[in-house]
Design a protein around this ligand. Structure first.
Ligand code: DGL
Length: 260
């Protein structure tokens, strides 16, 4: 039986979903969250669709069936495009949200928008992204940019410095001649390196991510299912990782506390 007092499970392939968790705790400080990062199997974004589905469904099943999660946030664009539809069919009564690249606000920000979408190769190869691209192709120019290797910087706790800057410059600089109006961070790891991206892109290019939209959607779904915690309850966050390395847990706490 799903109860209001049960926790909400937030899932990502590693550290990235903490950027979404942060917005959720700001919006819903009374809720108890369990955050699970599958750092052992990261990255997901270069894996096959079947492998990502198997891993994601296995973890979510555990949180719903063993940990009695009252709601699920798949805080990973890659896992969302691979598995959210199937998970909704498996658990129709559990409020479940995913993340997708925030193309809509980037398109609406200005007429004739020219938008770079940074995401994993898998996210950009999937139907979900193609459908999204299709919706906005008349109103905006959309440039998909697969970024294999970028999430690994965040997994290693590298959020600034020469190695990261030159990696990002190689990716982004070829697109600057397109006179970009916006960059969409279509992977939940990337907000942690937003400062470095903004420095390369320059101040006139606005950067978008889907964290706040996902947090708001979760709140709407909890409300619709009448599963919101009592407002007087003091919420909590519990971090779990598939890796036993204590450094991973320490990095999760650090990213949550201090960065964005
Ligand atoms: N954080 C994930 C996303 O939003 C993916 C990173 C990965 O495992 O490749 O797509």
């Amino acid at each position: 039986m799903i109860q209001k007092t049960n926790p909400i499970a937030v899932f990502d392939s590693g550290m990235g979903g903490i950027s979404v968790l942060k917005e959720m705790t700001r919006l819903m400080p009374e809720e108890d969250f369990i955050y699970f990062g599958d750092s052992v199997n990261a990255p997901y974004g270069t894996k096959s669709l079947e492998e990502i589905r198997r891993l994601t469904i296995g973890h979510i099943r555990y949180f719903i069936e063993e940990k009695s999660a009252k709601a699920i946030a798949v805080a990973c664009n890659t896992a969302t495009s691979a598995a959210v539809r199937i998970l909704r069919e498996m658990y129709p009564d559990v409020p479940l949200v995913g993340v997708e690249p925030a193309i809509k606000p980037a398109v609406n920000a200005c007429p004739n928008a020219r938008i770079l979408v940074m995401a994993t190769p898998r996210t950009l190869a999937e139907e979900k992204f193609h459908n999204l691209e299709h919706i906005y192709e008349e109103q905006a120019s959309i440039y998909p940019l697969p970024c294999p290797g970028l999430m690994e910087f965040v997994e290693r706790g590298i959020l600034s410095g020469d190695e990261l800057n030159s990696f990002l410059r190689n990716l982004i600089e070829p697109y600057l001649e397109k006179n970009l109006t916006g960059i969409v961070l279509g992977c939940t790891h990337y907000p942690f390196v937003k400062k470095a991206i903004q420095q390369i892109a320059g101040p006139s290019i606005e950067i978008f991510d889907g964290s706040l939209g996902t947090a708001r959607e979760l709140l709407r779904r909890l409300h619709a299912a009448d599963l919101e915690q009592e407002p007087s309850h003091k919420g909590s966050v519990t971090f779990l990782n598939s890796s036993e390395d204590p450094a991973k847990l320490a990095l999760m706490e650090y990213l949550f506390q201090s960065v964005i």
